[in-house]
Ligand binder design. Structure first.
Ligand SMILES: Nc1nc2c(ncn2[C@@H]2O[C@H](COP(=O)(O)OP(=O)(O)OP(=O)(O)O)[C@@H](O)[C@H]2O)c(=O)[nH]1
Length: 395
């Protein structure tokens, strides 16, 4: 069980959600290697000269929520592969092994910080070096000042007398600062739980979706993915390919409208009783206003397909981004109301301090960091823990 997934109800027995009835008919799966003998082969070959999915064109999609029970809209194609190995519960990786990877991943940020304390005296020089290290980790001026001032007070108040004590005090302060960012996702909050994923180009959206889907499968959840990145053909193929390798159904549409794909996917997810529907979207910069408008539309249309959805709106951030991450969070949050963040690529960055800035500058309305990624392997994406993060930087 991963710390970042919260359950309310008991986990269904392995394999239950993946009964054949849950699966789409072969008709809808042109890109599959699926073994089913296929009822109607037409869509397989032709890439469906897109019949213009109704929901898309109009801001208020015609199809009412009841459409959920209807068969999936024609324009969307779907792929999935061999019977999902899905619900096979695997032992959660030992937290210790994750800590080791986290520490290793954050080693560049950590190198600037943790090394300062050994054999040091508590004097102005130490505070100055700490200030430089925090700034270099991209914690930002405001957050650095806050941490240093709190540290000085704590050192005085607790009569800390050696550098080792200062290191521990800083670790505790950092963990306290980061704690409001912790939040596991409640994967039983709705059925299906609809998650919309957005972020700038190359932040790691598609990869994170793949990793999350596997974690969710391990928790016994059936997962449906929507290839909503209709701009980049390779992105669609990436998701479809990933889906077929892992036995996850993927709704996609060649050259279609992202909102239509999302709409189809949510309806399909409802009709098939899926546990989670994850909707990928194309990368975009907050300055590309028309693309931000498109994102709002996707969000709106998802709500038409299922009132209350999307239940989770995750913004994926590249950990190398540094302070610009704050502007990205603000822009995406303004557009579609972020419920959580995924910070990827913390491995290989010296800018791990940005999370402290994220916590401090948004202390009035923190947006939780639900997951962090420290590598390309499936288990390199895990739930965020303030204590673990602070410890990986300072122990
Ligand atoms: N080192 C490392 N690489 C990662 C991590 N997460 C994703 N990547 C890599 O980042 C690259 C971009 O990932 P994608 O998932 O394609 O990014 P995207 O946001 O979907 O990209 P667009 O669709 O172009 O916007 C890929 O090479 C991933 O393997 C991580 O935590 N660490």
């Amino acid at each position: 069980m991963f710390g970042f997934l919260r359950r309310k109800r008991p986990v269904p027995p392995p394999g239950v959600p993946e009964t054949p009835e849950d699966r789409p008919s072969a008709v809808e799966r042109p890109e599959t290697v699926a073994p089913e003998p296929v009822v109607a082969p037409e869509p397989v070959v032709t890439p469906e000269p897109v019949v213009t999915p109704e929901p898309v064109v109009t801001p208020e999609p015609v199809v009412a929520p009841e459409a959920a029970a209807a068969p999936e809209p024609a324009a969307a194609q779907e792929s999935s592969a061999a019977p999902a190995p899905a619900a096979e519960p695997q032992p959660a990786p030992a937290r210790a092994s994750w800590m080791a990877r986290l520490k290793q991943g954050l080693s560049k940020t950590r190198g600037n910080l943790a090394g300062l304390f050994s054999g040091a005296k508590i004097d102005e020089a130490l505070y100055e070096e700490l200030e430089t290290a925090l700034l270099m980790s991209d914690a930002g001026v405001e957050t650095t000042q806050y941490l240093l001032e709190s540290l000085r007070q704590k050192v005085r108040r607790e009569r800390i007398e050696d550098a080792e004590g200062v290191r521990k005090a800083l670790r505790a302060l950092l963990a306290d600062l980061l704690r409001p960012l912790e939040r596991p996702i409640d994967i039983d909050a709705a059925q299906p739980l609809v998650m919309m994923i957005a972020g700038v180009n190359g932040a790691g959206k598609t990869t994170s979706i793949g990793k999350l889907a596997r974690h969710l499968q391990r928790e016994g959840k059936s997962v449906l993915l929507a290839a909503g990145d209709t701009f980049r053909a390779a992105a669609r193929e990436q998701l479809v390919e990933w889906g077929s390798r892992n036995g996850v159904q993927v709704i996609s549409q060649q050259g279609g409208d992202a909102a239509a794909v999302a709409f189809d996917a949510v309806n399909a997810g409802r009709a098939r009783g899926m546990g989670v529907v994850m909707i990928d979207t194309a990368g975009r910069l907050p300055t590309q206003l028309h693309l931000m408008d498109e994102l709002k539309k996707i969000h709106r249309v998802i709500g038409k397909a299922m009132p209350g959805a999307p239940h989770e709106v995750m913004i994926v951030l590249d950990g190398n981004t540094g302070q610009n991450m704050l502007a990205q969070v603000r822009a995406f949050d303004d557009a579609i109301g972020a419920t959580g963040l995924v910070v990827t690529k913390l491995d290989g960055t010296a800018k791990g301090g940005t999370l402290a800035a994220l916590a401090y500058t948004r202390r009035d309305r923190p947006i939780p960091v639900c997951f962090i990624g420290v590598g390309e392997g499936i288990d390199d994406l895990q739930g965020f823990s303030a204590d673990e993060f602070a410890s990986a930087l300072l122990d």
